[in-house]
Design a protein around this ligand. Structure first.
Ligand code: FA5
Length: 337
């Protein structure tokens, strides 16, 4: 092998250092870095390898100095390689991070279902008259759904075809999904003494065929007031107040004589809608026999109660012609409220 002078060996080392550090420091992607690694530090034909081979061509006296320069070059290239790897790994990690400078996108949030909106609004209106919101169970016994409300064993309202009875062990009294919220009147009167003003809004169930004004699961708002001296005039005033607060002062309402086993006298409460009268619910003065059955003294207190269909008053308020629309879960319909 021809002899190589220390001077030309050192200038080759210097050229290699400059080119290697430049390539490694500017590598912007993994493949650039890998190309530079192979070119300068490749085990078989890298530039470091070929410079190392030239060490043997130096004069014997120059080899220690040449070896020192070579080792410095090797250390510098190894350090630059590691620094470039760390830098590119950091860039890759930053690319996965959240870019807080990106512009925002519209965020779609839902809202409360119109029936729940109606329930909350009715609760709020009734609270202004001092009516406290209470709840009752949806699975009921026959005492609270019928008997305590003077709906006797032979009454057609107890027919299995008109109720969702639940299967029970032989001999036990069947429970049922409550068919009216009037059950809550009894439950509260059993627990509390008069005076009381309560309102209860919740689901009730009847095997009715679904149509524009009926659904097998629907909601009722039940109101009950028991105080000394309560009269039918109070009942009418409260229902008018509820109707005009919820629907606006120009709503027309009417009371029609009717019959419920647990109120006497009883009325139907209708609202005018599009030139027609639509039944919203039933109402009346709590029958003294019902008051006596829960331990109240009908000689000192009287009361009124009402039960309205929530879907019907919601339909009237929002101009919805078919209450089935409330339960089709069509977002295009629901997002209008
Ligand atoms: C009752 O349920 C009585 N508990 C109301 C009552 C309470 C009377 C307190 C006296 C004192 P009725 O069965 O008429 O009454 O139902 C009341 C209202 O519920 C109806 O006027 C109607 O608005 C609504 N409703 C009845 N069945 C359905 C149904 N299948 N789908 C939607 N709403 C209904």
């Amino acid at each position: 092998m021809a002899t190589v002078s220390l001077e030309s060996f050192c200038s080759e080392i210097e050229r290699c250092r400059v080119e290697a550090l430049c390539a490694l420091e500017t590598a912007a992607a993994e493949e650039h870095l890998e190309r530079a690694r192979v070119e300068f530090a490749g085990a078989r034909s890298g530039r470091l390898k070929s410079i190392q081979k030239q060490l043997g061509a130096l004069e014997a006296a120059d080899r220690p100095a040449g070896g020192r320069h070579f080792n410095e070059l090797k250390t510098a290239i190894t350090a630059a390689l590691e620094a470039a790897q760390t830098r590119l790994a950091r860039v890759a990690a930053a690319a996965d991070a959240i870019d807080v400078t990106l512009p925002g996108q519209p965020f779609r949030i839902g809202h409360v279902h119109p029936i729940t909106q109606t329930i909350r609004r009715v609760q709020e209106i009734m609270s202004r008259l001092g009516f406290e919101s209470v709840d009752g169970p949806e699975v009921e016994d026959q005492w609270h759904n019928f008997e305590a409300l003077a709906i006797g064993a032979e009454h057609p309202a107890r027919d299995p075809l008109d109720n969702f009875y639940l299967a029970v062990a032989h001999g036990a009294d069947p429970l049922l999904l409550r068919s009216q919220t009037s059950t809550v009147q009894i439950r509260i009167m059993e627990q509390r003494k008069p005076p009381l003003r309560i309102v209860s809004l919740g689901r009730v169930y009847r095997p009715d065929t679904a149509d524009a004004t009926h659904y097998p699961m629907f909601h009722q708002v039940e109101g009950l007031l028991v105080e000394p001296g309560a009269t039918m005039a109070d009942l009418k005033g409260v229902l008018r107040f509820l109707a005009s607060s919820f629907l606006g002062g120009d709503v027309h309402v009417r009371f029609r004589p009717s019959f419920f086993p647990f109120t006497e006298p009883s009325v139907e409460f209708d609202m005018e809608w599009g030139g027609r009268w639509v039944e919203m619910g039933g109402a009346g003065m709590v029958d003294p026999a019902v008051l006596a059955a829960v331990g109240y003294d009908p000689a000192t207190v009287s009361g009124f109660a009402f039960g309205l269909g929530v879907e019907r008053i919601a339909a009237r308020r929002y101009g919805v012609a078919d209450i089935r629309d409330f339960y089709r879960n069509d977002v295009r319909f629901l997002q209008q409220f």
